[in-house]
Design a protein around this ligand. Structure first.
Ligand SMILES: Cc1cc2nc3c(=O)[nH]c(=O)nc-3n(C[C@H](O)[C@H](O)[C@H](O)COP(=O)(O)OP(=O)(O)OC[C@H]3O[C@@H](n4cnc5c(N)ncnc54)[C@H](O)[C@@H]3O)c2cc1C
Length: 300
């Protein structure tokens, strides 16, 4: 019988589910939060074929509804470990262990932490402007980072916050020129390159400001929130299987999205594909779901 587990309910995992379910497999998807993953937090998506522009939550909920209508079984739980014994994989959650002949890992990436004020998440430290930005409407905030994500977060916040201080540890932005120009054209955005946050100032348990170090000098900014956008790393720490090949931490896959371990597939941002986008995550999911389902039928 065809039966697979999918770990991660972002667009990669949901696409894997759609393809596996349509091939007649029984599919159990493990997701620690809500379905949709990162996509559900994106403000507007303008490069997903067939939509000139679509809000992230809409795309995420449409994909989730499509998979559920096909009979997807969702277990709302964090996967603590994935192991393999002979031919079978064991997926362990806090409550129960589950056994499957094939598994698709689609756990995406997790944010790098700032290292200072990490205990203030929910009190002014955030990793998602679209999720939390509205709490700081009309207030001064900072974005820490210089990547495409940092630029995108700062642009979003510039529409709703009084002032957006961008504290970039690098000497320039690693983002598309038109995105950077759009950010720099805003008169409520103040960018400091080659700068680092050396302290977070707290008042009554909430963020009240930051101390930044730049050009040999330390200065203070009074603000209400810090949005951390300092990059991310693939979520693979729960995989307890020998011989899984990685590249800079990302799971190495072949043209069928199978890893170096038989029956273990990977899709989306967690894999070592070059373009980390929705369309490529969906394409990976299609391959991983199809081939994992076919493989599961061969396991006695
Ligand atoms: C700010 C920003 C803007 C972007 N804009 C665009 C854009 O406009 N167009 C575009 O094409 N792409 C965009 N992207 C990229 C796109 O969002 C990603 O490539 C895509 O969402 C990856 O999907 P995924 O399913 O691989 O991972 P994710 O969406 O990260 O999903 C992974 C899921 O796995 C779950 N998970 C992780 N670990 C566990 C565990 N142990 N147990 C259970 N569940 C677990 C997570 O909770 C999550 O739901 C953007 C990215 C960012 C950061």
């Amino acid at each position: 019988m065809k039966k697979i587990a999918i770990i991660g309910g972002g667009v990669a995992g949901l696409s894997a589910a759609i393809y596996a379910l349509r091939s007649g497999a029984e599919v159990v998807l493990f997701e620690q939060y809500g379905l949709g993953g990162l996509v559900a937090t994106i403000d507007k998506i303008q490069n997903y074929p067939s939509y000139a522009s679509v809000e992230g939550w809409k795309l995420a909920s449409d994909v989730a509804a499509q998979a559920k209508a096909l009979g997807l079984k969702v277990i709302r739980s964090k996967v603590l470990s994935l192991s393999k014994d002979e031919n079978l994989f064991t997926v362990a959650t806090e409550k129960e262990n589950y056994v499957f002949p094939a598994v698709v890992v689609a756990t995406g990436t997790s944010h790098n932490k700032l290292g200072i004020g990490d205990n203030l998440v929910g009190h002014g430290v955030s990793y998602c402007a679209t999720c939390d930005g509205a709490f700081f409407r009309g207030k001064p905030v900072a974005v820490v980072g210089g990547t495409r994500t940092a630029v995108s977060e700062a642009r979003y916040l510039a529409d709703i916050c009084q002032t957006v201080y961008v504290v970039n540890p690098q000497s320039h932005f690693e983002a598309e020129e038109n995105e950077v120009n759009a950010l720099l054209s805003r008169d409520n955005v103040c960018v400091t390159h080659n700068a680092s946050v050396v302290d977070v100032l707290v008042s009554d348990g909430d963020v009240a400001g930051v101390k930044i170090f730049c050009n040999g000098q330390t200065s203070e900014l009074a603000l209400s929130a810090i949005f951390v956008a300092t990059g991310s790393k693939p979520v693979t720490d729960f995989i307890k299987i020998d011989g899984v090949k990685t590249n800079r931490g990302y799971l190495v896959v072949d043209g069928r999205c199978e890893t170096s371990v038989k029956g273990l597939f990977a899709a989306g941002d967690v894999s070592d594909g070059t373009l980390k986008q929705i369309v490529t995550a969906c394409a990976d999911g299609a391959k991983a779901g199809s081939f994992a389902a076919a493989y599961s039928a061969t396991v006695a």
